[in-house]
Design a protein around this ligand. Structure first.
Ligand code: FAD
Length: 355
């Protein structure tokens, strides 16, 4: 009997699988091969909130766990997936200079924000109000990491198919899915959770993000630019630019409106020509209270959920996977902020309005 069936192979499913592998537990992943949020993301690892110059919730602890996790994968697979490059934060108002200085000298944030306010001397960037740098941040090549790991997993460990919820048989101490017996099943479906008959009561609101890939020889591939939107290097002269944020549209269709929004912002910062080579969209698994969703089903103790990675899956995925495993195996509590218990009233009264 397997230790777990994992449904979904984005960042959540990946980190849980790695965790189980390290603990010597057998698992099977079932994922439908759709790109999901992870394969469309910018891949930025940043524990700060640049709109407010604060740390993200639990940001330092997540960061301290994330970087060694990605470095460990690199070592094991003899590859490079994490690029340790700065974020150049361009200011949009003068008053931000002071806010930046205060933040850059405060405990926790001083690990990431470098105090000097710099003047833009780059011809291609219009940044009259200057910029400042973040270090100890960077970019994860999510697609490459997921591809490498799925090539490594045998056909037996990774089934590329849609999970049919009606086929799952629940027994008191195990689950059985199309002949596969497992002690537990962990749902890591991102926004697909909405179709899950056991966990769809959770307030996963979802936020659509659209992005472009552009080609230009004007930018450097050794830095990430944040100027209203992120410009993230992909490969030579190719950049990911995004993203929009919409709670209204829950489709994964790219729209003209989204493209226009990105182009207007991009032209404000980038001088000179560029070519748009791709336009995509995906739904971030965001939650009403902006915290992840981790835990066991209130009624069925073999069913677990790992979701709600929101806008920061790269940062939070590794530590959340550790917390979930410790909880499954040793009943070790994790911070209540991420536990699904906080939505217990939604379970007993599923019609509660939450959006
Ligand atoms: C445009 C955009 C930009 C982003 N940029 C960043 C960024 O720079 N940094 C960052 O940290 N985060 C970023 N994010 C957020 C990040 O992508 C998410 O936090 C993270 O990818 C969520 O991972 P997940 O595994 O929960 O979901 P997903 O990546 O969506 O994975 C879930 C997988 O499960 C599969 N699945 C669902 N239901 C079923 C089923 N019934 N049967 C089989 N398979 C199923 C789906 O097809 C999918 O492949 C961004 C998101 C978007 C949309």
């Amino acid at each position: 009997m397997k230790y777990a069936i994992i449904v979904g192979f984005g960042l959540a499913g990946f980190h849980l699988a790695r965790q189980l592998q390290k603990q010597g537990k057998e698992f099977v992943i079932i994922s439908d091969g759709a790109k999901g949020a992870s394969r469309n993301a910018g891949g930025v690892l940043n524990p700060t909130i640049l709109k407010r110059y604060t740390l993200a919730w639990n940001g330092v602890a997540f960061f301290d766990h994330a970087l060694p996790t990605y470095r460990n994968f690199e070592e094991e697979f003899d590859t490079t997936i994490f690029q340790d490059i700065p974020i150049l934060h361009y200011f949009s108002q003068l008053s931000d200079h002071n806010n930046w200085s205060v933040a850059a000298h405060s405990k926790g944030l001083n690990q990431f924000l470098l105090p000097p306010i710099l003047q833009s001397n780059r011809e291609c960037i219009q940044g009259d109000l200057g910029y400042a740098k973040l270090h100890n941040v960077g970019k994860l090549e999510i697609q490459k990491m997921l591809d490498l790991y799925s090539q490594y997993l045998t056909a037996e460990n990774l089934l590329q198919e849609s999970f049919e919820y009606s086929q799952l048989k629940l027994h008191p101490d195990k689950v059985v899915y199309q002949g596969i017996e497992a002690k537990n099943i962990v749902f890591c479906e991102g926004f697909g959770l909405k179709k899950n008959p056991w966990f769809s009561y959770l307030p996963l609101t979802g936020s659509k993000g659209e992005f472009l890939h552009i080609r230009t020889d004007k930018l450097s591939s050794n830095e990430i630019i944040k100027a209203g939107l992120f410009i993230v290097p992909i490969s030579k002269d190719l950049y990911w630019v995004g993203a929009t944020f919409s709670r209204d549209d829950k489709t994964t269709q790219p729209t003209n409106k989204g493209k226009e929004w990105i182009l207007i912002k991009l032209k404000k910062i980038l001088k000179g020509s560029f070519e748009v080579v791709d336009h995509g969209a995906a739904i971030r698994p965001t939650v009403q209270d902006r915290r992840p969703l981790l835990g066991v089903h209130p009624q069925y103790k073999q069913l677990y959920v790992f979701n709600g990675l929101g806008t920061r899956g790269v940062l939070m995925g590794p530590l959340l996977a550790t917390w979930l495993f410790q909880f499954m195996e040793h009943q070790k509590e994790f911070p209540p902020e991420v536990g699904i218990d906080r939505f217990e009233t939604y379970f007993s009264n599923p019609k509660t309005q939450y959006v």
